[in-house]
Ligand binder design. Structure first.
Ligand SMILES: [Zn+2]
Length: 428
């Protein structure tokens, strides 16, 4: 787009006069942005940094290596395919007059066996943020309608572009430590650390948003990070009031997600959200888990209350249909598997694993038998066995997925299927 306003003309002019980024700056960033790699081919390790190669004792795949020539710690990659390339971004932060400027450089590393690694770097974006927090962007062109950030047209000039949040919120892998910062940003609390947030986003936020500014100034960095990704911290909301109490009490929220979760629990139990006693727990994790357990118990109690009739009605039928299998327990090492004997256990199993063994009336299924597998006494999976052909139909843990003990559980059932067959015969 062509510059129209005075500010846009100014941006173009300032951009033209920025010093070119030096080879030395590229080299510094090159060393910071990328990992060092090696590739293994049978008994040979190739250092993709210096080109050196050496033999190892056998063809066993290794993950890490140390190059004896360049002395670099190397990650052995499996992505090598006739060469390897990686692309990344780094930033140089500067200021001219009242513009805070973020210069973004795209850097690509090239690696090949028997060669020294090399790179190509070019500046692809400059984000200009004025004192009101409004951004303007100079950038190179991208190929066609490409959504990929690294499809820059190398030969194109930086020119004024419409500001596109998606494209321009890219987070760099490395930021040059020497920075020039406009006074207003310093006044709004910026002390040089970005707290894991892309600089262009942080700058805009602390120029336009009082909440972000307050969080930064009061060292609530994790809440700041959370706030920039969520919209739930409104100036009038319960969270914000609670945050103000934390700030007043010098309480730093170290894990924002957990703390917000905890506030929701406090609210659920009708606790006073204006009291530092609740809002600023000494051990957040403990306080959170205590309320979570309490809430889970409550949910379980309500569910049980609701299902009582259904359980009572079906228990008789279930007992009659499956009693010949009751008492069956298979155990090995820390795994123990038993036949489920009450309809209430179906409900428990369904609640614990969050699957449908109760809701879908598995206790009514004639030709199947349901077992519960526990590891160290903790429910791990629910197993369904066919009473027609004595096969394992399914064994699932939390959220209907296989647990990490799935194989061991299935093996143990498999070994003991004959016991189920025997009981079946006994009954008939
Ligand atoms: Zn090397």
């Amino acid at each position: 787009m062509k510059p129209k306003t005075a500010t846009e003309f100014k941006v173009v002019e300032v951009s033209r006069n920025l010093p070119a980024i030096s080879k030395k700056q590229h080299q510094t960033a090159f060393a910071k942005c990328f990992d060092n790699y090696a590739v293994q081919s049978r008994k040979t390790i190739f250092c993709l940094e210096c080109g050196h190669s050496w033999k190892v004792a056998d063809t066993k795949e290794i993950k890490k290596a140390n190059c004896e020539k360049c002395n670099r710690q190397l990650t052995v990659t499996s992505k090598y395919n006739n060469g390897l390339r990686e692309t990344d971004y780094y930033q140089i932060i500067t200021a001219v007059e009242n513009f805070q400027i973020v210069r973004m450089v795209c850097i690509t590393k090239f690696m090949k066996k028997n060669c020294q690694s090399s790179f190509f770097a070019h500046e692809v974006m400059q984000i200009f943020i004025d004192e009101s927090g409004k951004p303007r962007c100079m950038s190179k062109n991208v190929m066609g309608l490409s959504q990929y950030f690294d499809q820059w047209i190398v030969g194109s000039e930086l020119s004024l572009k419409y500001y596109d949040n998606n494209r321009f919120s890219l987070k760099p892998s490395f930021i040059f430590p020497t920075k020039k910062i406009i006074p207003l940003l310093k006044r709004n609390g910026f002390k040089g650390n970005f707290h894991g947030i892309a600089p262009q986003i942080l700058f805009r936020q602390i120029l336009t948003d009082n909440i972000a500014e307050t969080l930064l100034k009061s060292n609530q960095f994790d809440l700041l990070y959370y706030h920039i990704r969520n919209t739930s911290l409104k100036p009038t909301g319960i969270y914000w009031n609670a945050i103000k109490i934390c700030i007043r009490n010098n309480y730093q929220v170290k894990d924002a997600k957990l703390w917000i979760d905890y506030l929701d629990l406090l609210k659920h139990f009708g606790k006073d959200l204006r009291s530092p006693k609740y809002v600023c727990p000494v051990n957040l994790e403990c306080a959170h888990n205590r309320l979570m357990t309490k809430k889970n118990k409550e949910i379980w109690k309500n569910t049980l209350e609701e299902k009582k009739k259904q359980i009572a009605k079906n228990q008789k039928y279930y007992f009659k249909a499956k009693k010949q299998f009751f008492g069956l327990v298979f155990s090995e090492k820390n795994i123990s598997i038993n036949v489920i004997e009450t309809v209430r256990e179906f409900l428990e199993e369904g609640c614990i694993h969050n699957h449908c063994v109760f809701t879908n009336d598995y206790y009514k299924k004639e030709n199947s038998l349901i077992l519960s597998a526990k590891v160290n006494g903790v429910p791990a999976e629910t197993i369904q066995i066919s009473l027609e052909n004595f096969e394992i139909l399914q064994s699932r843990g939390h959220g209907n997925k296989a647990s990490r003990h799935n194989k061991a559980i299935i093996n143990l059932v498999q070994k003991n299927l004959h016991q189920i067959t025997a009981r079946m015969k006994l009954a008939s």
